[in-house]
Design a protein around this ligand. Structure first.
Ligand code: DON
Length: 556
């Protein structure tokens, strides 16, 4: 019997996409995935006109500073992980630093209790690193003229762009922006809230960007921008001085490298905790058989949550800025340490976190950061996560400059042993010291198979970032999902303290019941984390924007 043509086609499609629910964006040569379409398109245009992935990353980062003000930034910091065509990889650390005037107990009140000063207002900001970081990446690895890469951002700031739905909602909901006159004026139009589709025009930001286009990072860390920032800080009791700005340097570090089932994992070294925690979790899971019952099964979620609990417990104690404290990376990733953790996992029973190490608990609140992934036609890969920490950072817009300042100081342990805004308990290794970088969870990552790339990925989401990255890697490598399914798949999260397992909608009620029977306290949350991933296979690049937000992918 002959099959009719359409049936034949369907059979062919079913074979090409086994067990697939969603399709990524496919292209042959190059790909950009970001959480905002102006940024995606600007990045793709840079690649099409001969720029490499680093050029595109610089352009995208500046565009997001205009079109995604809750996270994209000039006033924050982040990490850029890159792999170059020859196979060398590098990591640019442009994390904010504590100002010279910062001190160990600066966020404690007279009774020794942590205050909100690390989260809201002028004193919450660390010295921004983004502009220096982008300049360093561009100087070392970019091709195109710097000023050209800033043009799309300048244009969008000057002429405005239609406010997307999610931005309109988050501007209206934010509690910090109304407290600061300049933020209220620019972002809230003094109470005449922008509706979706209205234009957000940012002339002051356009001028700040023009200075950066003309003078490079010196146009931010010196001259008019720096003077205005330092002056406003003095006037409002903030800490950042002109000298802090002048002294800020981004640094190039060696990426952390590990392996999982024959794949190479390139990821973020300290001052991010992301890479160490990710590699610990992968180590605990490797050869454990956790995946046998399948993706989304109670058995797999339980085992992965136990790996999370243990690796996050180590995070709380040992990790901090390597320029200030000894971080025992080799010991944490040693075979013995990981084997000990694996041996302590009961596949049928949750281990109470109290038995792993003491701590305290508060709820995790929503906040903002953003990640994008880029691959160019020559083989350069860029995985970049940057942040102002909270949604709209500290809430402060520097008058006349048009950009928001971060509240990254809250990523320090304001009071070692007590939880921060993400509920993360952290130790003396991450206490405040002048010039130190606060510990981060940002986890820009690249996965290789031999010399060939498999995945470029990362995510925002505070404490949940590392687990989101982990789960997408597991979904691809262990559960054979295509990258879009892997990104879409419902997520779960455990961070040791508080002792609870967060689950996204989509994890089934009977799976939840089975997890509860194993001893997990379940908290059902709204969707969390927005992974931006690129996968490589069969001569195609596959871009996977996260449908949890208005992310897009474009390739050619
Ligand atoms: O560096 C960190 O780990 C945090 N400041 C990231 C914050 C974050 O991802 C919030 N995003 N949704």
């Amino acid at each position: 019997m002959h099959l009719h043509r359409p049936v034949l086609m369907l059979v062919a499609i079913a074979q090409a996409f086994p067990l697939t629910a969603a399709q990524p964006v496919r292209a042959r040569r190059a790909m950009v995935v970001t959480r905002e379409d102006h940024a995606t398109r600007a990045g793709a245009a840079v690649l099409r006109s001969g720029g490499n992935a680093v050029d595109a990353a610089v352009c995208v980062a500046f565009v997001l500073a205009v079109t995604h003000p809750s996270a994209g930034n000039l006033g924050g910091g982040g990490f850029l992980l890159a792999r170059l065509p020859g196979g060398r990889s590098t990591f640019i650390d442009f994390r904010e630093k504590a100002p010279a005037g910062a001190s160990h107990d600066m966020y404690l009140d007279a009774g020794g209790r942590p205050t909100a000063d690390s989260l809201v207002g002028w004193r919450a900001a660390g010295v921004p690193g983004t502009v220096r970081g982008l300049e360093l990446a561009h100087r070392r690895y970019g091709h195109k003229p710097w000023a050209e890469l800033l043009q799309p951002a300048i244009l969008l700031a000057k002429s405005g762009f239609p406010v997307p739905y999610s931005l309109a909602v988050s501007l209206r909901a934010d509690e910090k922006l109304p407290k600061f006159a300049e933020s209220r004026r620019i972002f809230l139009h003094d109470g005449q809230y922008l509706k979706p589709g209205d234009l957000l025009i940012q002339p002051e930001l356009a001028q700040t960007l023009e200075r950066i286009a003309r003078l490079g990072a010196a146009g931010f860390y010196e001259g008019e921008t720096a003077q205005r920032l330092a002056q406003a800080m003095r006037a409002h009791g903030g800490m950042i001085t002109a000298e802090d700005l002048r002294n800020y340097q981004a640094v190039e570090r060696k990426p952390l490298e590990g392996s999982y089932r024959g794949y190479t994992i390139l990821t973020a070294p300290p001052p991010s905790s992301g890479g160490v925690v990710l590699l610990e979790m992968l180590g605990i899971l490797e050869n454990s058989g956790y995946e046998r019952e399948g993706a989304g099964s109670a058995a797999a979620i339980h085992y992965a949550a136990e790996a999370m609990r243990r690796a996050y417990a180590d995070r709380s104690q040992f990790l901090g800025d390597p320029d200030f404290v000894q971080v025992p990376v080799a010991r944490l990733l040693s075979r013995e340490h990981i084997a000990r953790w694996r041996a302590s996992v009961d596949p049928y029973r949750a281990t109470p976190s109290a038995r792993i190490r003491p701590g305290a608990a508060v709820p995790v609140s929503a906040a903002s950061t953003t990640h994008f992934s880029i691959a160019d036609a020559e083989g350069t890969l860029v995985s970049l996560t940057y942040t102002i920490n909270g949604n709209f950072g500290s809430g402060v817009t520097v008058p006349g400059l048009g950009f928001l300042l971060n509240n990254e100081m809250d990523d320090f342990a304001a009071k070692p042993g007590f939880p921060n805004n993400f509920g993360l308990v952290q130790g003396e290794a991450n206490a405040i010291q002048p010039g130190k970088r606060p510990l981060s969870c940002m986890t820009p990552t690249i996965v290789l198979h031999g010399n060939r790339p498999l995945l470029v990925l990362g995510s925002p989401g505070g404490a949940r970032i590392i687990n989101a990255v982990l789960e997408v890697i597991l979904n691809v490598i262990d559960f054979g999902m295509n990258v879009q399914d892997a990104v879409n798949f419902p997520r779960f999260h455990h961070q040791w303290r508080p002792d609870q397992l967060d689950v996204e909608p989509g994890i089934s009620p009977d799976t939840i019941r089975l997890l509860e029977q194993r001893g997990h306290r379940i908290r059902k949350l709204k969707p969390f984390c927005e992974v931006a991933a690129i996968a490589f296979g069969d001569g195609w690049l596959e871009g996977a924007p996260d449908p949890r937000v208005e992310a897009t992918a474009e390739g050619y």
